[in-house]
Design a protein around this ligand. Sequence first.
Ligand SMILES: Nc1ncnc2c1ncn2[C@@H]1O[C@H](COP(=O)(O)OP(=O)(O)O)[C@@H](O)[C@H]1O
Ligand SMILES: [Mg+2]
Length: 338
Amino acid sequence: MARAQSGRVAHEPGSGPASPAAIQICEGTVRAMEPVTALAGDTVVDVTDILQQTQVMEVLDKLDRELVGLRPIKTRIREIAALLLVERMRSTVGLTARPPALHMSFTGMPGTGKTTVAMRMATILHRLGYVRKGHLVAVTRDDLVGQYIGHTAPKTREVLKRAMGGVLFIDEAYYLYRQENERDYGQEAIEILLQVMENQRDDLVVILAGYKDRMDTFFQSNPGVHSRIAHHLDFPDYTPDELLAIAQLILSDHMYRFSDDAVIAFRAYLERRMAMPHFSNARSVRNAIDRTRLRQANRLLARGGQITRDELMTLEGQDIRVSRVFRQTEPGGAATDA
Ligand SMILES: Nc1ncnc2c1ncn2[C@@H]1O[C@H](COP(=O)(O)OP(=O)(O)O)[C@@H](O)[C@H]1O
Ligand SMILES: [Mg+2]
């Protein structure tokens, strides 16, 4: 049975011209190469080898561990990874085709993990050999569109050049299009993007991010963009339990912890904060923890004397309950994460 590995097909030295059935793996070396098109249908590629080479499972497992919730997103990313793995295996046995288009849209409320997942996605695409470098360039309209005639094309091209070999993440992408102004320079940026998304798609993945409803409207007005997006990932809001789990994760990253009473207080905080304006999911959690650390520090210093390691680590219920969120009674009042 024939085997192929690492995109190289080789056979035992001195075994004469190899029939595909005689092909053996030669780790790290390329000896007599068969024309890949001559490979027989029973040529074998080993999935374990490919997984070992790419280490993609490590990245996927890390994503599962380090990001709370996001079930549908994680499933979709595994599906995309599987597609690219199979694509790699296909190419090792001479089944080459144009790589699949991988431009994506990430929609969801602020703080639902879009930017974070985009960075992980860049790493995964790199491991799987889809892009050369695997970095992420995050931009908004202002980075792409100029103020004056002739400024937009060079600005957009410069950003594209920086992003080549990685992922271009365009936050609030719909601001590129202004329905009320046909001569808006954003249109020029969109046209350049469209060309590059089509012609250089094997070395650049574009991710358009933003609110779902605005993105839908944008796609309706720009069917050309819509037709080039292969994957639409919608990021759900986190549940209170997920937000608490995110808080615990952030705390342990910083070597802090909640006391039992702080957990109760934080649940109450979340319930109130989620009902207020400008709530932004995991970002609000991160901000709330920053404020809580500030209050803990002040409490400890005000008390003075000797402070234990446990005390230095522990955020107490009282550090949370003094938040403005507990004082605010009018709905719709000026809300912050404080
Ligand atoms: N599922 C998650 N698990 C842990 N932390 C998360 C998760 N989602 C978001 N965060 C954290 O919340 C913050 C905001 O996330 P971000 O990716 O910037 O959201 P978005 O781009 O959707 O506004 C980041 O600090 C990120 O690390
Ligand atoms: Mg973001």
